[in-house]
Write a protein that binds this ligand. Structure first.
Ligand code: TPP
Ligand code: MG
Length: 656
């Protein structure tokens, strides 16, 4: 249904005045995109977007992602006009402390904001994850329950970023036909015209990825309407609508990079007068709201119809259970019983243990869907007996991301934000840097993504220093709200996976070994590891020295403690698989584990991440530079990570 022309035009004007007034009130912000995309936003929200502003979490709503998060006033204005719980007062509070209208859209802060955007390229890549989630769930629950589109508004900067290319390439490959990206092709970025640095034919590029491409004038409502209608008429390929717009439309700075940010007072006044707007700031006409009234009614009806379809469908007990497990995130009550019992197994690499855990849980945790950036075998991430997801078959649970770590991380955010899926994604730990931006965003958005990072130290071996992480565990530990586990053996790996699955408020990174590690011989090691740190070997009496280690170095600490005990020394060995969890324990427990004696802290990585347990009187033994290309046993000798080395270092410290 078409919105009446006068109402559409009133809506576009309302977006423009709200934007210039809110940015002026804040003294900072971005007007260019909202002024340039006011028609696009109005047509999309009033005529196409399937949503129910009364329930921003309706599961089968269309998703809208403003990938160019700096244009947040466009989104806030549209949400306000559409009837979400964002008042004019909230808009007046744009960018103020504690407001629900922060500088860039933030997930969880504003009703209707699907994901946190601002770092360019992330939003469009998140949207690919959301569109993929839709297909995966539609396959499982049927089109009656899952059938929605994912819309994106992306800018020049978004499409310059490499992650957008990676994500668009996957979207084309998987033929995610319900993904519709509108490209705000205004030819301007902060430094000036895009021809300074950007001259490819974006349309041809996306056509080459397998997308359908349309080109329109982004200020012509009829063209916008036709293009969105076309895009929605076929689900065969993802859709790109290249909309030529004028940044800062209506302001004296139109078409220039000056319009990207905020305008001076004179420009604000000139813009208001060009729009023939004489009302006080934050006063709107009824006509502007009128444009969105039919969409509200449609959304409400569609939502109610969906509710009754859902009720009927979930009368089937299996579907009801699947809905609870996937959409409502219900975990099996016997999670611990499902975990593999490694007590009788021969020693193995922790990546191998992780693979066994994933497979042991797969049947009971259907939301667990994931994969690797072309290293599924090495990362042990494949769910046996399940297919690789492809354009023609979304029933599988193994996602082949190709060699695209950055997009993999961003897609994982889209998958988890969409709901219904507990994604895990994998690569070598050394390449975690390639996906650091989405890891940071998952942490910021409190989203439970699990990262399976294998080959976690120099003991990768012959692939050499390019493949040997030394600073990565430390670097991951710097990200707030990310829990980093470096388990020492299979049972600690169980504790790590258990923690990742039970976590609802943030992501978990698992740093897993390539090489076989000795099994910790301790009753109840898994339960103890759940606290993030525990005593593996207690000394006979008050310890004179405590050896603290993580991951593959715990075995060395154990050997050293035993060897020194034989010499009559009192040495305790402590395993610290997850610092973040350990430091959540009560202080008395932390003190009891770490003790007062001097510490030798051992981890085959750089020192920074362990600073919290290293006091001036303690000693760190780890890596001070990069590794080398050799067999891992030779590397252990070269970098002094043998049991004899750790025993000697401990003895030195005892005698110092
Ligand atoms: C990854 C990343 N790099 C840099 C920035 C800073 N930044 C914000 S907007 C922008 C470019 C603006 O150009 P465009 O994306 O075309 O938006 P427009 O000015 O047209 O609104 C840049 C570099 C950012 N937000 N994210
Ligand atoms: Mg631009």
């Amino acid at each position: 249904m078409q919105t009446a022309p006068h109402a559409l035009s009133a809506a576009a004007t309302a977006i423009r005045v709200l934007t210039v007034d809110a940015v002026r009130e804040a003294g900072i912000g971005h007007v260019g995109l909202p002024l340039g995309c006011a028609e696009i936003g109005s047509v999309l929200f009033s005529e196409f977007l399937k949503h129910d502003p009364q329930d921003p979490n309706w599961f089968d709503r269309d998703r809208f992602v403003l990938s160019a998060g700096h244009g947040s006033m466009l989104l806030y204005s549209l949400l306000h006009l559409s009837g979400y719980k964002i008042s004019l007062q909230d808009l007046r509070q744009f960018r103020q402390l504690g407001s629900i209208t922060p500088g860039h859209p933030e997930h969880g802060m504003t009703p209707g904001v699907e994901t946190t955007t601002g770092p360019l390229g992330q939003g469009i890549a998140n949207a690919v994850g959301m569109a993929l989630a839709e297909r995966l769930l539609a396959e499982r629950f049927g089109q009656e329950l899952i059938n929605h589109r994912t819309y994106v508004l992306a800018s020049d900067g978004d499409l310059m970023e490499g992650v957008a290319s990676e994500a668009a390439s996957i979207a084309g490959h998987l033929k995610l036909g319900k993904l519709i990206v509108i490209y705000d092709d205004n030819g301007i970025t902060i430094d000036g015209k895009t021809d300074l640095s950007f001259s490819e034919d974006v349309g041809k590029r996306f056509e080459a990825y397998g997308w359908a491409v349309q080109r329109i004038d982004g200020h012509d409502v009829q063209q916008i309407r036709l293009a969105l209608g076309n895009a929605g008429s076929s689900d065969e390929r993802p859709q790109l609508i290249i909309a030529k717009t004028q940044i800062g439309f209506g302001s004296p700075a139109v078409g220039t990079s000056t319009a990207h940010g905020h305008l001076g007072d004179a420009h604000v006044l000139a813009t208001r007068s060009a729009l023939k707007w004489t009302h006080e700031p934050f006063v709107l006409l009824e006509e502007a709201y009128e444009a969105f009234t039919p969409a509200k009614t449609r959304g409400k009806e569609a939502h109610a119809a969906w509710q009754s379809r859902k009720q009927r469908a979930l009368e089937q007990p299996e579907l009801k259970e699947l809905w609870a497990q996937m959409v409502e995130r219900k975990l099996p009550s016997n999670l611990d019983a499902l975990m593999p019992d490694f007590t009788q197994d021969k020693p193995m690499a922790t990546r191998q243990a992780s693979g066994k855990i994933i497979n042991a849980l797969a049947a009971a945790v259907p939301s667990l869907i994931g994969g690797s950036a072309d290293l599924a075998g090495s990362n042990s991430t494949t769910i046996a007996g399940s297919k690789v997801v492809s354009a023609s078959d979304f029933s599988g649970r193994n996602l082949a991301f190709g060699v695209r770590e950055h997009a993999m991380g961003s897609l994982a955010n889209g998958l988890v934000l969409h709901g219904g899926i507990r994604p895990y994604v994998a690569t070598f730990l050394v390449f975690s840097d390639y996906m650091r931006p989405p890891i940071r965003l998952a942490s910021l958005m409190d989203q439970p993504v699990t990262y399976v990072f294998t080959h976690d130290s120099i003991f990768v071996g012959e692939d050499g220093p390019t493949h040997q992480p030394v600073e990565h565990v430390a670097a991951l530990r710097t990200i707030p709200n990310l829990q980093v586990w470096r388990p020492a053996d299979p049972r600690e790996t169980v504790a790590a996976w258990r923690s990742a699955l039970l976590r609802t408020g943030g992501p978990t990174a698992l740093a897993l070994t390539r090489q076989t590690v000795p099994t910790i011989e301790l009753e109840g090691a898994e339960e103890k590891a759940r606290r993030g740190g525990y005593v593996v070997i207690e000394s006979d009496g008050e310890p004179e020295l405590v050896i603290v280690a993580t991951g593959s170095e715990v075995g060395l600490a154990v050997d050293a403690a035993k060897a020194l005990a034989a010499e009559g020394k009192k040495v305790r060995a402590v395993s610290l698989p997850c610092l973040e969890v350990f430091f959540e324990q009560d202080p008395a427990y932390q003190r009891a584990v770490l003790g007062e004696a001097r510490r030798l802290v051992v981890e085959a990585g750089v020192q920074q991440g362990l600073a919290a347990v290293i006091r001036p009187q303690d000693k760190f033994h780890g890596m001070r530079g990069f590794g080398a290309s050799a067999n891992f046993k030779k590397l252990a000798e070269r970098f002094q990570f043998t049991s004899a080395d750790v025993t000697r270092l401990a003895r030195d410290l005892l005698n110092a």
